[in-house]
Design a protein around this ligand. Structure first.
Ligand code: G6P
Length: 486
């Protein structure tokens, strides 16, 4: 039956594992997008989530027809998928939006890039076709993230009756970074996005980057978009008519921030399950009553884990009074290990943590405890125990960890927060904020955080938790659906 509400995202709510005996088992997908959307969609009966099969096990699940109700996994050719996901989405678009390139060497836009780009186009077409097939007349469609930047324009061509939204969970590249892309590619990206009726970002900052980027973009053969900066904010645009008779109708794409937050009741419920209590008891035994600095991330270049460890090392050097009195719990679970640069980064994080332990550790004290397990229960236990939360990404769409820790922490925790995180817009006032490149300032912020009086810490945590829960996932989704339906 055709659906009235559809979402499309590369990663689905579940992924499968294939046992040697051929049995398939399902587990929850990782990352902020999946946790936010899963909670929100649970409250939309009849909704369909279209996602890609990510692995051979997922593809096997599609072939056996075992997918959950409300989920449609697309079995995209594995080579096309690899080019689109690893080759373009994670190696080009992710790097642009997070400003991660090491400029003397990258990016390189050559024939190989063009070949991969064609796969990215094919991958987006597969999603657009599936959405067109599953959507009821006039349905609301919410397309997610940089993997699917072309799909809104493609879907608009196939199904002009639909209400199309797109939400970006990452930052949007500043116009200078967007201008690195070859002009025709940038034009495809911008026009793909402008196929949506509405575009959503986590913050004003990322919305403004999209709008100013679109304005400065003189898209070839297509009328230049013009920006509306009053209310509503957005981009007016018109395409050349197919028969070259002039311009098509003027269209307007509204651009709005929807800062995704966390659901306090749900999160606290999850954090007090017996499984988490048990992990907490084990962690307490390991930490032995010392103060804790907690971080939880995918091992992700943009999360700035190395500078976080350097700051901790500087703290122990310039404030030796903390030696033997604090433990840094760093959970950095592997991510995107198909990419060499991520494998190298993962190794560098482990090496640096070892160095800090070798330099300062004593028989009775291990300064850093690294965990590489993707273990949500253990993360929640660490949240409960946190005295200080370290969230120092160089650039991040939102960063839900910054919002989750204050909600769950038991004795209140001080948030050391990068100005590059989307969460800075809402949480900056009650956090200790740092320039993510400034290791010395981060070390001093850690010192101030560890030294903060209990009462001030508790007050700040209360305000942080209130801001963090202002727009929980279900409301975040409903607000977008309501706006789409006008
Ligand atoms: C970020 C992206 C998501 C992505 C997640 C995990 O949060 O915005 O779209 O799902 O990272 O990354 P992965 O590549 O493992 O899906």
């Amino acid at each position: 039956m055709a659906s009235q509400v559809l979402v499309a995202a590369n990663r689905g709510p579940l992924s499968y594992a294939l046992a040697p005996d051929g049995a398939l088992s399902a587990r929850r997908g990782g990352g902020g997008l999946v946790s936010g959307l899963s909670a929100a969609l649970a409250q939309q009966p009849g909704a369909v989530w279209i996602c890609a099969a990510l692995s051979d096990a997922d593809r096997e699940a599609v072939r056996r027809g075992v997918a959950e109700p409300g989920v449609r996994m697309l079995d995209i050719d594995p080579e096309v998928y690899d080019d689109a996901y690893n080759g373009i989405a994670n190696s080009v678009l992710w790097f642009l939006h997070h400003h991660l390139y090491e400029i003397p060497r990258e990016p390189v836009f050559d024939a190989e890039f063009r070949r991969r780009w064609q796969s990215y186009v094919t991958y987006n077409e597969a999603f657009a076709a599936a959405l067109a097939e599953e959507a009821a007349e006039g349905a609301a469609v919410l397309i997610q993230d940089y993997h699917l930047a072309l799909a809104p324009g493609m879907l608009r061509e196939l199904r002009p009756d639909l209400r199309i939204g797109h939400f970006t969970h990452t930052p949007w590249a500043s116009p200078e970074f967007m201008e690195m892309l070859p002009e025709d590619i940038r034009s495809q990206l911008v026009w793909g996005m402008l196929g949506a009726d509405r575009l959503g970002f986590h913050t004003w900052r990322w919305s403004a980057h999209f709008i100013t980027g679109a304005e400065s973009d003189d898209a070839r053969g297509i009328a230049t978009p013009s920006v509306q900066s009053g209310t509503p904010r957005g981009v007016s645009h018109r395409r050349t008519a197919a028969d070259a008779s002039g311009y098509g109708p003027a269209l307007f794409t509204e651009v709005t921030p929807y800062p995704l937050g966390v659901d306090a009741d749900e999160l606290r419920g999850l954090a007090h399950r017996p499984e988490v209590d048990a992990k907490l008891a084990a962690l307490r035994a390991e930490v032995g009553g010392l103060k804790t600095i907690v971080r939880v991330d995918r091992t992700e270049l943009s999360k700035n884990i190395l500078r976080g460890l350097l700051a901790y090392r500087e703290l122990l050097t310039t404030h030796p009074e903390w030696r033997g009195r604090v433990v840094h719990l760093a959970s950095a679970y592997p991510s995107r290990q198909d990419l060499t640069v991520y494998r190298e980064y993962t190794r560098a994080v482990a090496d640096l943590a070892d160095q800090v332990n070798a330099e300062f550790g004593t028989p009775g004290w291990q300064p850093v405890l690294v965990s590489v397990e993707d273990d949500f229960a253990r993360s929640l236990a660490a949240y409960r125990l946190a005295d200080v939360a370290l969230v120092n990404p160089v650039r991040d769409g939102m960063n839900l960890v910054a919002k989750e820790i204050p909600v769950v922490s038991e004795a209140g925790c001080v948030l050391v927060l990068s100005t590059g995180a989307g969460a800075y817009e809402e949480l900056g006032a009650d956090a200790l904020t740092v320039n993510p490149y400034d290791v010395t300032a981060t070390a001093e912020a850690l010192h101030a955080a560890l030294s903060m009086p209990d009462a001030e810490r508790a007050d700040r945590t209360k305000r942080l938790a209130a801001s963090a829960t202002a727009l929980p996932p279900a409301q975040w989704l409903t607000a977008q659906l309501d706006a789409l339906r006008g």
